[in-house]
Design a protein around this ligand. Structure first.
Ligand code: SF4
Length: 479
């Protein structure tokens, strides 16, 4: 039971996959309904626009403050966690992170690892690395379990199986869960999944979880969830491994509630989730439950590249609520799989270039209407449209002298486009030449080609007016 690796859906094929998704009426209807529901639930949680703006400003401030002190906070977090009995590991890239986790798993003769929801573990393709090492990694979040069972990737960062109908899930369970019969009752389907997972929690040697916030002053890992599966992963198996990107750290416990409140409201329209776990270390001698051994893997994987640039650093403010994708007119029509990346939608368009490089992802920042909806709903005020424009530019240009180039910078640079723009600049800066060009273009407008590359795929051809604006104004003045 292993999902396909991301290489099967390279981001460079985004346009083809997006076109296929747009042609899929079933997918579009499903997404539209789900997103309208989520948009309505979220809006009901923020009835007071002025209060929402104050909450966002505070959350933005906390995230910016935490990032400004990131190196110090990470050291403090490591110190506190170590004092608490947690083993801290640093991974520069996906390979190192997988290596660390597999080493721990091998030391414990692991056959099965149960996983709570963790986008970073998706990002590093942990399930594949575990399978290659001869061990099973089983998703225990119900949505993640469903997509894993079907050999798919999550299509949304909060609701991984949102693209599936209950009938599709019913058929999937009947086909793949031993002993299950077809039912499209949601309660019964959840019951079937839970029965499988309960069994697995009891036999797994290791539980793995993500981290929503890591508190430096106390060495506490906060985990937000609704199903209780996260708590099962962090308390039942003998070993708990938490994994997170290095940006999730905040300084104080008091910084968590403002972020938590905005996270749950923005994500699912809930004022609070069913479970909010605060984990500060393994089981102590007098305690009856909890893991005997605990690890935290801190993953960089391109984040320091984003961090090194003052503007792009705001990408790391993200608290992974998913609101930007719920409101994005592109995401809501094509779904998450079209992007071919772990993080789809607007946040994926700005974070994926840092994780995978612009050579593989330069088409993603163009997947936006720049309507600004993503930036308006983002609870931590990430200026997503500005970052998209910046990344589009980075994809087209060489690095400025003295600047560190982004990974894959200039990947979309085209000699033809450069020549066209240089020609246009030469024309535009020479008035006599520009006037002559305008005269010719208007008089010979009938020769305009009816097909103009990608432009006319969905738009009418561009055609010069009968007379230039200067000529029209001159006629008007003479009247
Ligand atoms: S970019 Fe903002 S809206 Fe999108 S997932 Fe991150 S925090 Fe949420």
């Amino acid at each position: 039971m292993n999902t396909r690796p991301l290489q099967f859906v390279p981001a460079s094929e985004f346009k083809q996959r997006a076109a296929m998704a747009v042609a899929n009426q079933h997918l579009r209807r499903g997404f539209r309904g789900a997103m309208d529901f989520l948009i309505g639930k979220r809006a009901a949680q923020f009835p007071d626009a002025a209060l929402f703006e104050r909450q966002r400003a505070l959350a933005e401030h906390i995230r910016k403050y935490s990032l400004a002190r990131l190196p110090d906070l990470l050291e403090q977090l490591e110190r506190k966690l170590t004092e608490n009995g947690v083993q801290v590991h640093w991974a520069e890239n996906a390979e190192q992170a997988n290596g660390i986790i597999i080493d721990i798993a091998r030391r414990h003769s692991t056959k099965l690892m149960v996983k709570g929801k963790s986008m970073v573990s998706e990002e590093i393709e942990l399930n594949h690395a575990m399978a290659d090492a001869g061990m099973e990694a089983l998703e225990s979040d119900m949505g993640e379990y469903i997509v894993q069972l079907d050999g798919e990737k999550p299509s949304h960062i909060i609701m991984p199986a949102i693209h599936k109908t209950k009938e599709e899930i019913a058929r999937l369970f009947a086909a793949k869960v031993p002993g299950a019969t077809y039912t499209d009752s949601v309660d019964e389907l959840i019951g079937i999944g839970r029965a499988v997972l309960r069994e697995k929690f009891m036999t797994a040697e290791i539980g793995l979880s993500g981290v929503n916030f890591a508190v430096a002053e106390t060495g506490t890992l906060c985990l937000v969830e609704n199903e209780g599966n996260g708590r099962m992963c962090t308390t039942v198996p003998d070993v708990h491994i938490a994994i997170t990107g290095i940006e999730k750290v905040v300084e104080k416990l008091e910084h968590v509630p403002p972020l938590f409140g905005l996270l749950t409201r923005s994500a699912t329209g809930q004022a609070i989730t069913t479970y909010f776990n605060l984990i500060s270390g393994p089981r102590k001698p007098a305690e009856k439950d909890g893991p005997r051994e605990m690890h935290l893997v801190l993953v960089d994987n391109g984040r320091t590249q984003a961090y090194s640039d003052e503007q792009l650093r705001s990408t790391l403010q993200c608290i992974r609520c998913g609101a930007c994708m719920n409101h994005c007119p592109v995401y809501t029509r094509i779904g998450g799989h079209a992007y071919g990346t772990t993080y789809p939608g607007p946040i994926g368009e700005i974070i994926s270039p840092h994780l995978l490089g612009l050579a593989a992802t330069h088409v993603l920042p163009t997947a936006s209407s720049l309507c600004g909806a993503c930036g308006e709903v983002c609870p931590v005020k990430i200026p997503i449209p500005d970052l998209l424009i910046r990344l589009r530019g980075e994809a087209q240009h060489d690095a400025h002298p003295g600047h560190t180039p982004m990974l894959g910078q200039g990947a979309a640079k085209s000699g033809l486009a450069d020549a066209v723009w240089s020609g246009w600049a030469a024309l535009y800066t020479r008035p006599a030449l520009y006037r002559a060009f305008g005269w010719l273009a208007t008089r010979f407008r009938a020769l305009t080609p009816p097909l103009q590359s990608g432009w006319t795929v969905s738009r009418t051809p561009l055609k010069p007016a009968k007379r230039t604006l200067h000529e029209q104004m001159a006629v008007r003045e003479r009247r």
